[in-house]
Design a protein around this ligand. Structure first.
Ligand SMILES: Cc1cc2nc3c(=O)[nH]c(=O)nc-3n(C[C@H](O)[C@H](O)[C@H](O)COP(=O)(O)OP(=O)(O)OC[C@H]3O[C@@H](n4cnc5c(N)ncnc54)[C@H](O)[C@@H]3O)c2cc1C
Length: 556
C-alpha cells in the first residue's frame, strides 16, 4: 500500500494534513506497471495519476508519428488536462521503467484539490505548461512531408494525391502553371517538363517521377512486404472489417498480417462523414476513423502491408498446416488462417464520354480531399443513396451549387431521413428527380452534362465536377474455385455454404458462422454474402472472424 508518509514527500501534498492524505489514499488505487506498458491511451476517459516510483512518458500521435511530448518523474502527475477540460486523454502515457502510480477517479480528483491547499496552484501551472508543450509539438511537426507536382486535370495526379491522403502522408500540391509557388518552393528546374508529371519531391530535395505506388510507399517508410515467413492469421483488405480483424488478432496474441492493395480505410476512408458509428455523436470522417484504427492495430503489433494486391490463394492441402496468399510482387504469405475482407468497389457507369474524363471532372465516390477542389464550382452527383447524400453535404460547404440526380420521384427509399432533412436546409443543394445523366462532354476537363427526364425533356447543364455513386460489387474472381460465392460474387459463409455446396458434398464439420467453404478461410464485411454493408457491422464481423480463427487454430 502507498503510505501517507510516502505521499507527504510529494510536492502536491506538502501542506495537506494527515487526515486529508488518509482520505485521498482510501479512495486511490495503487497501480504497479511494467516497463514499456501503457497506463492510458489517447482518447481514454480522464483520471488523475501521481507517479510514486519509476518514470513515465507522455506520447502523442502528431502528423501520423508518435512523439514524446513530456516525461513525468516521481512526485509528478498527469491527467489534470483532460479532467479540467472535461475531455478524454489528449495523449497516451507509457512507462519507461517499472513504475508505481496512485490513481484517482474524476470525482476524487476534485476532493484532492479541495483538501490540499497547494494542489490547485500547482495543477493549474502544470496544465498551462503541458497545453503549451502540446501546441508547440503540433506546430513543430513536419505536416508537409512531400510536395506533389502535377496538373489539376491529370487523373494520375488526382490519384496520387488521393493515395497520399489515404495513407496519411501530409503533402503540398503545386500546379506547374503556378510559377510563383514553384519558384518559392525551390522545385528543381529539370523537373519542370510535362513528361515528368506527376512528380513527388521529398524534404531532402530528391524526387520520384511518375512513381509506382509500391516504390513511393517504400520511400515514405510504409511497409510493403511481409517481415515473417509464417503468420497465425493473414487478413486481405484494410477497410473497417480488415482493420478490426487485425486489431483483435494482434491484441489477442496472434501473429497478424494485413495486406492492402492501396491504403487503409477501404470505402469508409472515402466517406466524408460517417454519422451513425457508435461513440462519435458528432460523426467522424472516414479517413479519421481509418487512421485511428490503423494506428491502434499497429500498436498491438499487427503488420500492415500497403500497395500489395493479393492475387491468388493456395489453400492448405491434406498434409500441410498453412494456407498461402500470393501477392502481386511475388511474395507468399504462409498463414494458419485467412480473413477475406476485400469489400466492394464502385460499379462503373456506361456513360458516353465519362471514361475519357475520368479524374478530369468525373469521379467515382468522393473523399474529403476533393472538397477544396470544389470551391466555387457547379457540382453534380449521380445516385440517391447515403453516400451521395453525405458527399452533397460535404460539397455544399465549398461549391457554388450541388445537384443530386436521381431516377425516382423521391429520396426516402434510398437515403436516410436525417440526411434528407439536412440537405433541405442547404440553399445551394438541389435535387433533380426522375432523370438520368445520358452523356458528359469536355475537352481535357468536364464542361457539361446532358440530362434526360422521364417526361421526354432533355437539358444540358454546365458542370465542373460529376461524382458517381451507383452502388458497388465485390471483386472475388481471383479466389480459388472451391471457395463458394453467390451469383454476384459475394462470398458465402456458414449456413449459406451448406445451402449452395454441390449435392452430395461432404465435410468433416459444418463451417463456422463466418467461415467459407474452405476450412480456415473466413470472410468479413461487405464482401460477405448477406452482410449489412455498414461500418459498424463490418467492424463487428472483423472481430467475430478472429474469435472463430481462434476456434479453428485450436482444433485438434
Ligand atoms: C462514400 C461512402 C459513404 C459511406 N457512409 C457510410 C456511413 O455513413 N455509415 C456506414 O455505416 N457505412 C457507410 N458506408 C459503407 C461502409 O463504408 C462499408 O460498409 C464498409 O467500408 C465496408 O467495410 P469492409 O472492410 O467490408 O470493406 P471496404 O471498406 O470495401 O474495404 C475493403 C478493402 O480491401 C482492399 N482490397 C480489395 N481487394 C484486395 C486484394 N485483392 N488485395 C488487397 N487488398 C484488397 C480494398 O482496397 C479496400 O481497402 C459508406 C460507403 C461509402 C463508399
Amino acid at each position: 500500500m502507498i503510505t501517507t508518509e510516502a505521499l507527504s514527500h510529494i510536492p502536491l501534498f506538502e501542506s495537506a494534513r494527515d487526515e486529508a492524505l488518509e482520505t485521498i489514499l482510501s479512495r486511490s488505487a495503487d497501480v504497479r506497471v511494467k516497463a514499456g506498458d501503457w497506463i492510458v491511451l489517447e482518447g481514454e476517459a480522464a483520471a488523475f495519476y501521481v507517479v510514486v516510483e519509476g518514470r513515465c512518458e507522455i506520447v502523442k500521435m502528431i502528423a501520423g508519428a508518435e512523439q514524446v511530448v513530456d516525461v513525468v518523474e516521481p512526485g509528478g502527475f498527469f491527467g489534470e488536462v483532460p479532467l479540467l477540460l472535461g475531455s478524454g486523454f489528449l495523449a497516451g502515457v507509457r512507462t519507461t521503467m517499472p513504475s508505481r502510480l496512485m490513481r484517482l477517479e474524476a470525482v476524487d480528483f476534485h476532493e484532492l484539490v479541495a483538501r490540499c491547499p497547494n494542489a490547485n496552484h500547482q495543477i493549474l501551472a502544470e496544465m498551462a505548461r503541458r497545453v503549451t508543450g502540446l501546441q508547440q509539438a503540433s506546430i513543430a511537426a513536419p505536416i508537409m512531408s512531400v510536395t506533389v507536382l502535377g496538373r489539376r486535370d491529370d487523373f494520375a495526379c488526382y490519384d496520387l494525391r488521393d493515395f497520399l491522403a489515404r495513407n496519411q502522408i501530409g503533402f503540398r500540391w503545386l500546379d506547374p502553371g503556378d510559377t510563383a509557388a514553384i519558384q518559392a518552393a525551390g522545385v528543381p528546374l529539370e523537373l519542370l517538363h510535362a513528361d515528368n508529371y506527376p512528380a513527388v519531391l521529398f524534404a531532402d530535395r530528391s524526387y520520384l517521377i511518375k512513381p509506382a505506388y509500391p516504390e513511393l510507399a517504400q520511400r515514405l517508410g510504409l511497409q510493403t512486404a511481409p517481415r515473417k515467413t509464417t503468420y497465425d492469421v493473414a487478413i486481405v483488405g484494410a477497410g473497417p472489417a480488415g482493420l478490426s480483424a487485425a486489431l483483435y488478432g494482434a491484441s489477442e496474441g496472434l501473429q497478424t498480417v494485413l495486406v492492402e492493395c492501396r491504403a487503409p480505410g477501404g470505402q469508409a476512408g472515402t466517406s466524408s462523414r460517417i454519422e451513425n458509428y457508435l461513440g462519435f455523436p458528432a460523426g467522424v470522417s472516414g479517413d479519421d476513423l481509418a487512421s485511428r484504427a490503423f494506428h491502434q492495430a499497429k500498436r498491438f503489433g499487427a503488420e500492415v502491408i500497403v500497395t500489395r494486391q493479393a492475387t491468388s490463394i493456395e489453400p492448405r492441402d491434406g498434409s500441410g498446416t498453412t494456407h498461402a496468399i500470393v501477392l502481386d510482387c511475388g511474395n507468399r504469405v504462409q498463414t494458419k488462417a485467412i480473413v477475406l475482407a476485400t469489400g466492394v468497389t464502385w460499379r462503373r457507369l456506361t456513360l458516353p464520354g465519362a471514361d475519357a474524363l475520368l479524374g478530369r471532372g468525373v469521379y467515382y465516390g468522393a473523399s474529403r480531399t476533393e472538397a477544396l477542389g470544389a470551391r466555387g464550382k457547379d457540382i453534380f452527383l449521380i445516385g440517391g443513396g447515403n453516400s451521395a447524400g453525405q458527399a452533397a453535404m460535404l460539397f455544399s460547404g465549398y461549391a457554388r451549387s450541388v445537384t443530386i440526380m436521381v431516377r425516382g420521384e423521391k429520396l426516402a427509399a434510398s437515403m436516410s431521413q436525417y440526411l434528407i432533412d439536412e440537405l433541405k436546409k442547404k440553399e445551394n443543394v438541389q435535387i433533380e428527380y426522375t432523370c438520368e445523366c445520358v452523356s458528359v462532354t469536355g475537352s481535357g476537363h468536364l464542361e457539361s452534362i446532358e440530362v434526360a427526364y422521364k417526361n421526354g425533356e432533355q437539358k444540358t447543364f454546365p458542370a465542373d465536377m460529376l461524382f458517381i455513386f451507383i452502388g458497388s460489387e465485390p471483386e472475388t474472381k481471383w479466389l480459388p474455385e472451391a471457395l463458394i460465392r453467390d451469383a454476384q460474387g459475394f462470398i458465402c459463409t456458414g449456413r449459406d455454404v451448406l445451402d449452395l455446396q454441390p449435392a452430395g458434398a461432404t465435410r468433416a464439420r459444418d463451417p463456422y458462422l463466418l467461415e467459407t467453404s474452405i476450412p480456415g478461410i473466413f470472410a468479413a464485411g461487405d464482401v460477405r454474402h448477406g452482410s449489412m454493408k455498414r461500418v459498424a457491422s463490418s467492424v463487428g464481423e472483423g472481430s467475430m472472424a478472429i474469435a472463430l480463427v481462434h476456434q479453428y487454430i485450436g482444433e485438434p
